[in-house]
Design a protein around this ligand. Structure first.
Ligand SMILES: [Zn+2]
Length: 274
């Protein structure tokens, strides 16, 4: 798991997460996603291919039909045009085993972690320590980026939902290293960028507080995203409607940060098994 390279710097001072195992805030019942992705048909569970992950070459086997149903990237890689389509072996040397393990768990179970007690699970939440929380923010951002690069919209949506749950329950801003990672590895239209900017704006009292607490190390694109959100709130008269309103944020429609382009995403050119 990656370690922040710079000290965490929230936009405004926030209450540190309790080290207690029980969360102090319980998520309300939320409206389910308006465009849930259906699973593939039984034919997708055909034969397994081998994936070697990370520099250590950890070997993972996944049904080819399941993989190509959810991912346009793997569907293209396993087509006859590439050597992987012949050997049925894919090497992902640059990927982190922890990130791929979350994807591997998700593609079979719909969850990012096998344990329902894990903070990566939406079923049974345990409040992490502040150190764990920062690492989890970064891990979830990496899972989103993995889904983005491999054409897996449903994985991105799961990462957004768990980030929303984790942020709401700990009520602590995304730290500098997570923001820097996100803005380095996503495009200007990324739903993850929008989510993080929206979340961190909630903690602001006004622009003066942003100026006082901001770091010169923030990505400039992030600063513009925050300023744009503040300006939008000013024009609508809603600012600072969301400030400190935890339940309001908890009940937000997460679909505004989802990718509803379906299995394989917008890059899908041919129908997958399903
Ligand atoms: Zn949705």
């Amino acid at each position: 798991m990656a370690t922040p390279v710079v000290p965490a710097t929230p936009l405004v001072p926030t209450t540190p997460a309790s080290p207690a195992t029980k969360p102090t805030f319980v998520m309300p019942d939320l409206k389910p996603c308006s465009h849930p992705i259906q699973g593939p048909c039984i034919d997708a569970f055909n034969h397994e291919i081998l994936i070697k992950v990370g520099k250590e070459g950890k070997e993972v086997r996944i049904y080819e039909g399941l993989l190509t149903y959810h991912s346009s990237y793997f569907a293209a890689a396993l087509s006859g045009s590439f050597i992987e389509g012949q050997t049925k072996v894919i090497e992902l040397k640059e990927d982190e085993v922890e990130v791929f393990s979350a994807f591997h768990c998700w593609i079979y179970t719909g969850r990012l972690h096998p344990s329902r007690e894990s903070p990566l699970s939406r079923d049974a939440y345990k409040a992490p320590t502040s150190s764990e929380r920062n690492d989890l923010y970064l891990l979830l951002a990496k899972i989103f980026v993995f889904g983005d690069m491999r054409g897996i919209p449903a994985l991105k949506n799961e990462a957004i939902d768990i980030l929303h749950q984790l942020y709401t329950c700990t009520w602590t801003d995304f730290h500098l290293s997570a923001v820097k990672y996100i803005y380095k590895n996503t495009t200007a239209t990324s739903q993850l960028r929008q989510f993080v900017a929206h979340a961190n704006v909630i903690g602001l009292r006004d622009l003066k507080s942003f100026h006082e607490t901001t770091s010169t190390a923030w990505p400039i694109a992030y600063v513009f995203d925050v300023l744009q959100l503040v300006a939008m709130k000013d024009r609508s008269g809603a600012w600072p409607k969301l400030t400190g309103n935890r339940m309001h944020w908890a009940k937000l429609d997460r679909c505004q940060f989802h990718d509803h382009s379906g299995p394989g995403g917008a890059l899908r050119k041919t129908p997958a098994i399903g």
